[in-house]
Design a protein around this ligand. Sequence first.
Ligand code: CO
Length: 134
Amino acid sequence: MLSRIYHLGYAVEDLETASRFYRDNFGVEPGEPEIVQEQGIIATMFEVGESMIELVQPTRPDSPVGKFLAKRGEGFHHVAFEVDDLEAALADLKSRGVELIDETPRIGAGGTRMAFVHPKGAFGVLTELVELPR
Ligand code: CO
């Protein structure tokens, strides 16, 4: 079901500060920040081999990432796996009784389709499944 780690998501207080840190110290080039209104985030990515790091800043304190920051502080937030067929993956997980946050795909950054699996059933790790646009 899983083709690769698509990205690791880090929750940050300030996207510009975090982008500058990785640009200056690791020589990476984070892309243009993108607002995903529905999730209450602004996010940017940079490539690391065949995967990416996604820096995520909340646009409002009551968004899921805003609440995460208030409770846990900055740091690792989620892993995103690429899948070929998101609907099929969700249906399969649901039939196995895996707890999902999103039972139907949402539109994520970069025009991807994505859904979250609940961290409760995934050993505490918020798990995102991503299907890339064809
Ligand atoms: Co993500």
